[in-house]
Write a protein that binds this ligand. Structure first.
Ligand code: BT5
Length: 252
């Protein structure tokens, strides 16, 4: 059952000590017509990443799903993912973590090492946005935000890091409060999202390999469009020389 979390956040909070997936609960609420509620849990037993991947969500993390009903076209939905990544990175930086963003949904920390694709990063947080709607209008959006806060990196998959390991434990109430305040200010001024994102982006100007539903693109990430898609200049021979716009995919 949900219990009091004690926040002044610009959203109502439904807090659970443990739950399967906060996104599943948020989708349920969205289906009931709810808006501007955040489902928050200390632990998830069935956390989900994108594409049916598992998301490790032990006790001590920040596992949150925001239910929102924005008056925008589905094309603009990726902006909410970018906004959540910016809000998370900003809150993590205030907590002393050197956080940046890897398109589209990874909040990462430089890991010191380097491989053939450039510097190595450890993943601090991920975003899973789910949506229902028509072609011209979003019905609801659930923006799931998973932050490895006060957990040991050893209890997470390889390649992950946590606020605890980078900078020591945070006051999770304060962290969530700051994250949601930042998210609120971005989502009420969608024009500000892409510039804010670009300031924190580690992907721009780098060589990327993007897996997308229609095939792989290898090239240089040159920009982000107004709707939050990545603009890639493909290597010669891989897709011709025109820029390719990638709205969804994985970035290496
Ligand atoms: C994501 O997926 O990064 C989205 C994660 C969203 C989690 C939140 S928690 C609140 C809400 N409720 C949910 O059930 N989900 C959302 P993706 O880009 O597909 O990355 C998944 C991959 O990251 C996995 O295949 C693992 O390799 C790795 N991974 C799993 N757990 C991790 C963790 N805690 N930290 C870092 N990496 C992790």
């Amino acid at each position: 059952p949900a219990v009091e979390f004690g926040l002044e956040a610009p959203f109502e909070i439904e807090y659970h000590d443990a739950i399967g997936s906060t996104n599943d609960r948020a989708r349920e609420l969205a289906g009931e017509g709810v808006a501007d509620v955040v489902v928050l849990a200390d632990e998830q037993t069935g956390g989900r990443g994108r594409l049916d991947r598992e998301w490790a969500a032990p006790s001590g993390g920040v596992w949150a799903s925001v239910v929102t009903r924005p008056a925008v076209a589905p094309l603009r939905a990726p902006l909410f993912t970018l906004a959540a990544a910016v809000a998370t990175a900003r809150a993590a930086r205030e907590a002393g973590v050197d956080a940046g963003i890897k398109w589209p949904n990874d909040v990462v920390v430089p890991g010191g090492g380097e491989d053939s694709n450039g510097p190595e990063y450890h993943k601090l947080a991920g975003i899973l946005t789910e949506m229902e709607g028509e072609t011209d209008r979003v019905e609801w959006l659930v923006v799931g935000i998973g932050v490895n806060a006060n957990v040991d990196r050893g209890s997470l998959p390889d390649g992950a890091t946590s606020i605890r390991d980078e900078a020591g434990d945070v006051d999770r109430r304060r962290f969530v409060q700051r994250l949601l305040e930042e998210f609120e200010s971005l989502r009420t001024d969608l024009e500000s999202v892409v510039p804010a994102w670009s300031d924190l982006a580690l992907t721009l100007g780098q060589r990327v390999r993007v897996d997308r539903p229609s095939g792989e693109v290898v090239g240089e990430a040159v920009d982000v469009t107004d709707s939050g898609a990545l603009l890639v200049e493909p290597d010669e021979g891989s897709e011709g020389s025109d820029h390719v716009t990638v709205a969804a995919g994985d970035c290496e």
